[in-house]
Design a protein around this ligand. Structure first.
Ligand code: PLP
Length: 500
């Protein structure tokens, strides 16, 4: 990787070559000054000519995606409707807004959301939140019997998934110690789970497992699992397969319908940019969402409905019956029939804004750019690791995310040498780099192709170099023998902000 001005010029050239640059204009990129200020209100940026209004290097879309400009516009429309129409907002078609009447906000989001996850529109529902949706899905899909009662998950599953699974097992009066199978990496040292290892764990517990629940992309390592193969293999053994897509949705293309996935759930605040804690999404394969209507056997009786058992609420009942206030649940066919409460219009307004940005491209085009961005990040990290090795004489960090492009999404997780994390995070923050840490030693760096650039990656690397050298310098002060760390080829380390 080229450093200094030549490197910056090269990164900018890559931005021009690899397209989609215009999509960044859809987003509010916090400036460095905004990040350090104690006030939330964004000032008029044009007047802020003090040189401190450079955009931050925001590489944290794996945690919280940035705000599209459309969000504010659509929120204002929603607030205006609420203010001027009150309850009529549920039904009234407005001429001067982009939004549909509130009664249909969930349906309005389905087609675009379905494209992002590779589903039929009716297989998708905008509802609840991720953990709540996992619970709802398991209530329907985890139906343990004497013969099949185990749930397989990873040993290092996101804690919420672990708790959810454990509580379902306990809810059925089973013992998690014997009913919960935790897949751990086979070799000590590696945090990755190979497909072969996952399949062999499935085989080992094939006869008594009811459910397999895995993440599409692992939150810590960034590993993207072979969802198609794992799903097919587990299902061939009679196991139901569900996926937690928190880190996969909006990040990698998927084909949930064609892969025959039983169910999936996701949040919308990461790569989907819908805001913190925003409404989640659910996928239920069409074969599980069928509703059969049996005509009444006698005149005067009502028809009956057959459908997959679930925990039900009025918003899952057909729109025609919803306001009839009867006690007869008539589920909407598809994932919509799993909804409980009336949809948060504020949340789904943010979803609409996000999807209207996604509509300007395709998940396939985003992936194409993402592969290049992340490869560039990887190569730059490798070059920096070598540079640090040369100057310090040891490894300062290593990559734990798989090196194979098809086994990862946008994110690369970097394992820092022991004791560096706090200093590195502090130094990065000072330079206006936003990314997240996972204690004790990992930083996660995720260039999101919708708004991140090669230049962002370049600037991150420059700041990371300074941070590492500072951290190593601190170590030196502590009396450790770290060799010459502040000088590279006789040149003092420069902060990235010195390079424009
Ligand atoms: C993989 C994974 N699963 C579950 C969750 C929990 O999500 P929520 O708080 O929306 O239920 C998260 C949150 O970041 C996550 O990353």
């Amino acid at each position: 990787m080229k450093a200094g001005q030549a490197g910056l010029d090269h990164a900018r050239k890559l931005d021009q070559e690899h397209g989609l640059l215009h999509l960044r204009d859809n987003f509010h990129i916090p400036t460095k000054a905004e990040l350090s200020r104690k006030t939330a209100k964004a000032p008029d940026r044009q007047q802020n000519g003090n040189g401190n209004d450079e955009p931050s290097i925001y590489l944290c879309g794996n945690s919280l995606g940035l705000q599209p400009h459309l969000t504010k516009k659509y929120f204002q429309q929603y607030l205006d409707t609420w203010a001027t129409k009150g309850v009529y907002g549920h039904f009234t078609d407005m001429e001067d807004t982009d939004l549909v009447p509130w009664l249909h906000v969930d349906d309005d989001c389905k087609p675009e959301m379905a494209k992002i996850v590779g589903a039929l529109p009716d297989e998708v529902a905008i509802m609840q939140t991720l953990t709540a949706n996992l619970h709802l899905m398991m209530a329907s899909f985890y139906r343990p019997t004497k013969e099949r009662f185990k749930i397989i998950i990873e040993r290092k599953a996101f804690p919420s998934d672990h708790y959810a699974v454990e509580s379902h097992i306990a809810h059925h009066n089973l013992d998690p110690a014997t009913s919960m199978i935790l897949i751990a990496p086979p070799k000590s040292g590696s945090l990755l789970l190979t497909t072969a290892h996952i399949l062999s764990t499935i085989d080992k517990h094939a006869t008594d497992t009811a459910l397999l629940l895995l993440p599409g992309i692992q939150f810590y390592t960034g590993q993207y699992f072979d969802m198609k193969r794992i799903t097919a293999h587990a299902q061939s053994k009679g196991i139901i397969v569900g996926w937690d897509l928190a880190h996969a949705v909006g990040n990698v293309p998927m084909q949930l319908h064609d892969w025959n996935v039983d169910f999936a759930a996701w949040c919308t605040y990461k790569y989907l940019n819908c805001g913190p804690g925003s409404i989640g999404g659910c996928f239920v394969h069409e074969r599980h969402g069928e509703v059969t209507e049996n005509p009444p056997s006698q005149e005067g009786e009502e028809p009956t409905f057959e459908y997959r058992p679930r925990l039900s609420g009025w918003w899952g009942s057909s729109k025609t019956s919803r306001f009839a206030m009867t006690n007869r649940f008539h589920p909407i066919p598809g994932a919509g029939g799993f909804q409980l409460s009336n949809t948060s219009v504020a949340d789904s307004t943010a979803v609409k804004a996000s999807l209207d940005v996604f509509k300007q491209t395709s998940i396939e085009a985003l992936r194409e750019k993402s592969l290049k961005l992340t490869k560039y990040l990887e190569e730059s990290l490798d070059a920096l690791a070598q540079e640090m090795r040369d100057s310090v004489g040891r490894e300062c960090f290593s990559q734990i995310t798989p090196r194979e492009a098809e086994q990862r999404g946008a994110q690369i997780s970097v394992l820092l040498d022991e004791g560096l994390l706090d200093h590195v995070m502090e130094a990065l923050e000072k330079e206006g780099v936003v990314l997240d840490e996972r204690k004790p030693d990992v930083i996660r760096v995720a260039p999101a192709p919708l708004y991140n650039t090669f230049e962002d990656v370049f600037r991150f690397i420059e700041a990371f170099r300074v941070a590492l050298r500072g951290a190593e310098g601190d170590g030196k002060k502590r009396g450790e023998n770290l060799g010459s760390v502040m000088v590279d080829g006789g040149r003092e380390a420069k902060g990235w902000s010195e390079i424009k």
